[in-house]
Design a protein around this ligand. Structure first.
Ligand code: ADP
Ligand code: MG
Length: 412
């Protein structure tokens, strides 16, 4: 069922409380190194302001310990947003405190206010499951949400990156605001449409590319995709758990021994389902992982004392051949330690294959924080159909999980 969007609300003269994902990366001095997340929220923000709404924006930034911490203030974000919008952004020095309250009260049509980091209030991240048997926690979370909810006439959620969480601002606030309009923004609308259409109505061949650090993080994704795709290409550290499950020696490569049985089962199940699985036939290996490390290519078994840090050239060629003719591609997880060249070669080869397939008409989706930054590092972001803004959220979407925070919002 389709959700109502911000386009369906009457904004004029209304106070609109909008959850955004302004969790931007910053350098050691607090300078914003990418304003991508702010830019992606602009269409929804402008829509409300252009139609005469007064906007109250709320977000988290980083992982402060539930109390004020200057390293995580959203003040620089307010400044950048102000530059991007070409208008003043009012900033509240607290979230539900006196400064926020008086500034919310004074808001006029077309004004925009950003509240201070939600996570300066520990109530924001109380999990519903932890609050279940602890009435104090439940009350604290509810009270925090009620204070936020009382600020506005309308609730908008455009924070796809946190859509899989049950944070107070994501789930409790809209629950409290029942009876008032509660809708999604354009960014979430686009993510749901793109991810949903692609997974549910794929043009074939449908190829999944999986890599990254751990099998254990991605078991759910693999289990779900095995039923949907024609091929799975596996690289990254997770490949070595699968290779070991198939009896190969993996030397000192990262490997999760306690997931080996599961990895073997998944390979068997894929075979039954006629889903082709490709593991790297060769790998770049080092004795010690560090910049400038001497490396060699190991074909097949990896000797003790050596650790795989990237797929090898043969693997890159085989994987490329299985990707370029795809019509639908989902990619999560780099093929190697792409942060340390030359161990970005495998990831680069795969990224170029995805770009080529996309150019030939395939629909390609990249999810996962490190995968998205690998694509950016390679300058290929314009050659992919959709780079999801939600790291964990896009993974859970690929697993087929439901998002409570979105489910609760109004249907069309
Ligand atoms: P994403 O954020 O895209 O979901 P992950 O977080 O699962 O991806 O994995 C990314 C990390 O995996 C990167 O930091 C990368 O260095 C690491 N990685 C990839 N291949 C290997 C490998 N062979 N050995 C160790 N780490 C690896
Ligand atoms: Mg990651």
């Amino acid at each position: 069922m389709a959700k109502k969007t911000v386009a369906d609300i009457d904004a004029k003269g209304k106070k609109v409380l909008m959850r955004v994902d302004f969790n931007v990366p910053q350098d050691d001095e607090g300078n914003i190194t990418s304003d991508d997340r702010i830019v992606k929220a602009l269409p929804t923000i402008k829509n409300v302001l252009d139609r005469g709404g007064a906007l109250i924006l709320m977000s988290h930034l980083g992982r402060p310990e539930g109390a004020r911490d200057e390293a995580y203030t959203l003040k620089p974000v307010a400044e950048r947003l102000s530059q991007l919008l070409g208008k003043k952004v009012i900033f509240a020095n607290d979230t539900i405190g006196p400064d926020a309250k008086s500034k919310v009260k004074a808001l006029k049509s077309g004004d925009v206010l950003l509240l201070e980091n939600l996570r300066f209030n520990k109530e924001e991240v109380i999990k519903d499951k932890d609050a279940k048997d602890k009435p104090d926690l439940r009350t604290a979370k509810d009270n925090f949400a009620k204070e936020l909810a009382a600020m506005a006439d309308v609730y908008v959620d455009d924070a796809f990156g946190t859509a899989h969480r049950d944070n107070a601002s994501m789930l409790t606030v809209p629950a409290v605001m029942q009876g008032k309009p509660r809708v999604i923004g354009f960014l979430i609308e686009k993510e749901l449409k793109f991810l949903g259409d692609t997974i549910n109505n794929p043009v074939r061949p449908f190829v999944a590319i999986l890599g990254g650090a751990k099998v254990s993080d991605k078991i759910g994704v693999i289990e779900s995709l095995i039923n949907k795709v024609n091929r799975i290409v596996i690289g990254g550290a997770m490949a070595y758990t699968f290779l070991k499950a198939r009896g190969k020696a993996v030397g000192d490569s990262r490997c999760e021994d306690n997931f080996m049985d599961k990895a073997g089962e998944l390979l068997d199940r894929a075979a039954q389902l006629n889903c082709e699985v490709l593991l790297p036939p060769d790998n770049a290996v080092v004795r010690k992982l560090q910049p400038g490390a001497e490396h060699r290519i190991a074909v097949g078994d990896i000797d003790p004392g050596w650790q795989a840090v990237d797929i090898g050239p043969m693997a890159a060629r085989e994987f490329t051949a299985k990707i370029v003719d795809a019509k639908t591609i989902v990619w999560n997880g780099p093929m190697g330690v792409f942060e340390i060249p030359p161990f970005d070669k495998g990831t680069k080869a795969v990224a170029q294959a995805v770009a080529k397939a996309t150019q030939k008409g395939a629909k390609s989706i990249v999810g996962g924080g490190d995968s998205a930054s690998a694509i950016e590092q390679l300058g290929l972001q314009d050659k992919i159909s959709h780079i999801s803004t939600g790291g964990g959220a896009s993974l859970e979407f690929l697993e087929g999980k439901k998002f409570k925070a979105i489910d609760i919002l109004d249907e069309k």
